[in-house]
Design a protein around this ligand. Structure first.
Ligand code: FAD
Length: 404
């Protein structure tokens, strides 16, 4: 999986392939990719390297996450560059050039947080995942580090309120000083709940001894949708140099907004159709389509609400988490302005040179109700789940991780 052009080749050996809860009426489920590899999803993700504006972190701090303000986290982004290679894609592909010219024609600035080519954490074609950047070469690991692969932690054992060991399928691993849970955003609630950390009433109902009452565990997952706008190209689209998603636009969709609210990524449809993304849309001819996928960036746009309460999966026979996307997030996810921008990009002179028509949603889909139906059938996750063990001050009953 180190070659970034291999975006869509996931199987059960490399990915957990979680599924979202079936939608009530359509039964539709979305595959929720999560890597099962040393170094996690950095080994099979898109490697887009975007540093959020400091104001975003400042809002975390205001919500109670001490030590996470923009100023506090800036040095970590600097340290990261000492190990991780960051490369800007060159403006070579005709579709990327047309996209950027189109955005500039619509008045978007061609700078960071405007429209331009992506920066990627890659070295040439190779993903520079956390495993590659921090562990390789595996033949010369520090003497105080031992890595056990294929070892799932099922439960953390506590003596009183002190975590003393990890219980795995391969035996018990005693804590030297502490245990740090860094298992991504989907699985930690399962681990914490199985270990007795969660809402006490739920734990009792499940027959699990309560170690610590923490009602927020698993309760606040957020993510953002992508919605595709697909154009037919006038001629076959040449292959990208290394990755399907190289060009991006960052948008503010409400006048006066201080931080980026939406992102548009340009790519071919192949990924949407054949790989981890696709189920609904049937491609016309491979490589004659271009995809603009638009997604909202603000946390309140995400999957929210009680139907997302992750502890439910502990009651499932296969013990696998299922996320669910609420209707509220659907409504917010794809504002009129984003639709307008996607379509306007398609109508600019530079884009018109390479595309022949809008295939999806298609020129006939204009009414709000039709667009909603289209989104319901075609939206996908952006795989950026967060919030299942959210940070906050010690006074926040729903904070699972409180900075100390
Ligand atoms: C398809 C896809 C595309 C993405 N594209 C981008 C992108 O372009 N740019 C970007 O910045 N972000 C992207 N992301 C998000 C990014 O990859 C994640 O935010 C990041 O990998 C999270 O890192 P993590 O270490 O917290 O968790 P993960 O990467 O999820 O790693 C967690 C690891 O813990 C392991 N694990 C889980 N439970 C247990 C257990 N009980 N015992 C032992 N091990 C366990 C898992 O197998 C996994 O290896 C993408 C994600 C996906 C899935």
């Amino acid at each position: 999986m180190m070659d970034i052009s291999r975006l869509f080749e996931l199987d059960s050996g490399t990915d957990w392939a979680f599924l979202t809860k079936p939608k009530k009426h359509s039964g539709r489920q979305i595959t929720y990719s999560r890597a099962r590899m040393r170094g996690g999803c950095g080994n099979h993700n898109d490697c887009a390297y975007l540093v959020p504006p400091e104001a975003n972190f400042d809002s975390w701090r205001e919500l109670g996450a001490d030590g996470w303000s923009g100023k506090d986290v800036r040095p970590y982004f600097e340290h990261l560059k000492e190990r991780v290679t960051i490369e800007q894609r060159p403006e070579r592909h005709l579709a990327s050039r047309a996209f950027i010219e189109a955005g500039v024609a619509l008045g978007l600035p061609k700078v960071d947080f405007g429209i331009g080519m992506l920066t990627l954490n890659v070295h040439g074609r190779l993903r520079n995942s956390s495993s590659v950047a921090y562990l390789h070469p595996l033949t010369s690991l520090p003497p105080n580090l031992e890595i056990q692969t294929d070892t799932l932690v099922g439960r953390i054992k506590f003596i009183g309120s002190v975590a003393s060991a990890c219980l795995t399928g391969r035996g018990r691993i005693a804590a030297g000083r502490e245990i740090i849970v860094c298992a991504g955003s989907i699985q930690p609630p399962q681990l914490l709940l199985s270990s007795g950390i969660g809402d006490a009433a739920d734990l009792r109902e499940l027959g699990i001894d309560v170690v610590h009452h923490s009602p927020g565990v698993g309760k606040h997952p957020i993510d953002h949708y992508s919605v595709p706008v697909i154009f037919e190209t006038a001629a076959p689209v040449p292959d990208r140099h290394i990755t399907p998603y190289e060009a991006i636009a960052m948008l503010n969709t409400t006048p006066g907004a201080q931080s980026v609210e939406s992102q548009l990524q340009l790519g071919p449809t192949a990924g949407w159709v054949n790989g981890r993304f696709g189920d609904e849309y049937q491609a016309s001819t491979p490589k004659r389509d271009l995809l603009l996928r638009s997604s909202r960036m603000s946390p309140e746009a995400g999957a929210t609400g009680s139907e997302n309460y992750l502890p439910r999966y502990l009651r499932r026979a296969d013990n696998r988490p299922q996320l669910s996307f609420g209707r509220r997030s659907l409504r917010r996810e794809y504002s009129a302005r984003e639709r307008f921008v996607c379509r306007r990009l398609g109508q600019t002179e530079s884009f018109k040179r390479i595309i022949s028509k809008e295939l999806l949603p298609g020129p006939d889909i204009i009414q709000e109700s039709d667009l909603r139906e289209y989104i319901r059938k075609n939206c996908q996750t952006n795989y950026h789940a967060a919030g299942t063990c959210r940070a906050g001050s010690a006074n926040d009953p729903n904070a699972v991780a409180s900075p100390i």
